[in-house]
Design a protein around this ligand. Structure first.
Ligand SMILES: [Zn+2]
Length: 301
């Protein structure tokens, strides 16, 4: 991976030499206070192989000193080993907010005056943004495809031949789902999004699975959880709620005399919360749009 093949080495070095600034960014953005001796890096313990239990205690030339802590985290016990290790070439792991900034920096893209501050779209990833800009001194690439997309610069394929306009796609998908789609794409490649077939329901399903990963206490695919995290438009921390499957909403929408909200509450098996209801309303709204535009015949009856 990008740790092992050395791609991240130069960024790890940058991060390691700016622990105070990174602590400050965490504090200013989210109010989270890291201890004064905190380093934004964890190394793989040479004795027990764990990474989540280690604490870097200092820098020594091209090595770091560390301790494998028996009681630092509740979900794993470190072996107590103390040592020093060269943290490069896959022997360490960055905290994920830092890693995200590093991922951006690894993308072969530069931005000159992208104009709009990406913050307009939401602030949940501000820590990564600031680390990217201020510590790694790299541009934040991901608002590029998003804007590119929204301003109609992207080529989109459509089997109808006329091509779906970016505006049409923007209207077809809720902002979170659109962003979920965008951040998976490489910033420099044209965005191929064919809204026909089962693309839209599949995208909703992927989003919902990513949401499960985000809220899981031990996610199986943490990257998917992060995708969900970075898809958020609102600054507020996402609230776990019931996500009715898009295809089900579509089904209920087409059944005469059926109240989609009521049916979904029945599937959920309990009363819908305020957030659940908002979600249902949103999916009904976009479900109708989809049925009126790109839904293939096997979904329409
Ligand atoms: Zn250990």
């Amino acid at each position: 991976d990008l740790y092992q093949n050395g791609t991240y080495n130069k960024w790890i070095e940058k991060v390691l030499t700016h622990p105070n600034e990174i602590r400050q960014i965490y504090k200013e953005v989210s109010g989270s206070e890291k201890p004064d001796d905190w380093y934004p890096l964890q190394v793989i313990c040479e004795k027990c192989g764990k990474v989540g239990t280690t604490k870097v205690t200092g820098i020594k030339g091209d090595k770091v000193t560390y301790k494998c802590m028996p009681d630092m985290v509740s979900w794993a016990q470190g072996c107590g080993h103390e040592g020093e290790i060269n943290p490069y070439d896959g022997r360490s792991k960055l905290p994920w907010k830092v890693e995200w900034a590093v991922k951006w920096s690894g993308l072969p893209v530069t931005i000159e005056g992208s104009g709009k501050d990406h913050n307009a779209a939401g602030g949940s990833h501000d820590i990564s943004v600031r680390i990217c800009k201020e510590i790694l001194e790299m541009p934040v690439p991901y608002n590029i495809p998003y804007e590119f997309f929204l301003t109609g610069g992207a080529k989109m394929s459509s089997s109808k031949g006329e091509g779906a306009t970016a505006k049409a796609i923007g209207e077809l998908l809720p902002p979170e789902i659109l962003r979920f789609l965008m951040i998976q794409k490489h910033p420099k490649r044209p965005i191929e999004f064919n809204p026909e077939g089962s693309t839209v329901p599949v995208l909703f399903d992927q989003h919902d699975k990513a949401s499960e990963q985000y809220f899981a206490s031990e996610p199986e695919i943490p990257d998917h959880g992060r995708l969900f995290h970075y898809s958020q438009i609102s600054d507020a921390k996402p609230v776990k709620h019931y996500l009715p499957r898009f295809t089900r909403v579509i089904f209920f929408l087409q059944m005469p005399h059926m109240d989609a909200e009521k049916e979904i509450a029945e599937i959920k098996g309990s009363k819908l919360t305020v957030e659940d209801k908002e979600e249902v309303a949103m999916r009904i709204k976009y479900g109708k749009k989809w049925l009126d535009s790109y839904a293939p015949e096997d979904f329409v009856f």
